[in-house]
Design a protein around this ligand. Structure first.
Ligand code: SF4
Length: 258
């Protein structure tokens, strides 16, 4: 697919220094405000939702991305709306090379540098500590150590984060509102693509030449760490069927029952 190079916006792209501020506290007033905004934004275009989020929460707005198609679409809008938004990737050490290369293509196309956040221990150190790869024996612990702990560190000082969740991705995600309180991480959680379908996302990518992971063209509709991702088989309808295949695990814990 032809990727036209868009000149990055002519403004400061490095994120402002983050002062230490207290976390947002959930009050009845905030809860009501989130519910009202979520309802109001139900029919809004994702760009409008992202613009609202940036206006309301920047510079305390963050986004974690694994460079899935939804994340790439959000980055496309963020580059227009507020390219200084703090965007990071949980670099577990087990990501596909194609995923890491996509980070560079995004930077080239949009001028947005997604920060790679790594766990304290390298893959070698971590596997030595546990007598082998934990993804085989205890993937929940592995996801906790290599994703959740790193996410918690990364969102220090933030008040809101954005996710690429779509309601039609899985039963777990079907009830996701546009704006909600994420009590797991004590942040406002905004899902600008909640009511977009898979088709909407891919139509947008195609129309705007948004960079995407080439593994999607090789039968991987959802891409995480290589040990826990397989291509889906013909006839498999669940687009996340290739994640932690053969186990009951369906989520890494970032978006589960918060
Ligand atoms: S997806 Fe797999 S390899 Fe990646 S952190 Fe979770 S269990 Fe570990």
């Amino acid at each position: 697919m032809n990727e036209t190079v868009t000149k990055p916006p002519e403004r400061e792209t490095s994120p402002p220094a983050r002062e230490v501020v207290p976390p947002l506290e959930l009050t009845e007033e905030l809860l009501q405000e989130m519910q009202a905004e979520s309802q109001r934004l139900e029919s809004a275009h994702p760009r409008e939702i992202i613009a609202w989020a940036a206006e309301k929460y920047f510079p305390r707005l963050a986004m974690a991305t694994a460079f899935g198609p939804e994340g790439c679409v959000i980055l496309h809008f963020l580059a227009e709306v507020e390219p200084r938004t703090y965007v990071f990737n949980l670099e577990t050490g087990y990501q596909f090379q194609e995923t890491l290369e996509l980070r560079d293509r995004i930077a080239q196309r949009y001028g947005v540098e997604v920060e790679l956040k790594r766990p304290a221990l390298s893959v070698e150190e971590y596997e030595a500590q546990h007598g082998g790869p934990l993804y085989r024996t205890n993937p929940d612990q592995c996801c906790f150590d290599r994703k959740i702990v790193v996410l918690r560190e990364s969102i220090q000082g933030m008040h809101a984060w954005m996710s690429g969740i779509r309601r039609d991705q899985s039963a777990d995600r079907a009830g996701s509102p546009i704006v909600k309180w994420d009590k797991k991480f004590n942040l406002v959680k905004i899902s600008p693509l909640a009511n977009w379908t898979k088709k909407d996302v891919w139509n947008f990518i195609s129309k705007h030449d948004v960079p995407y992971n080439p593994l999607h063209d090789q039968g991987f509709p959802s891409i995480g760490c290589w040990p826990c991702t397989r291509s889906v088989l013909f006839g498999e309808e669940d687009e996340r069927a290739g994640r932690w295949s053969g186990s009951a695990k369906t989520e890494c814990g970032l978006h589960t029952s918060d």
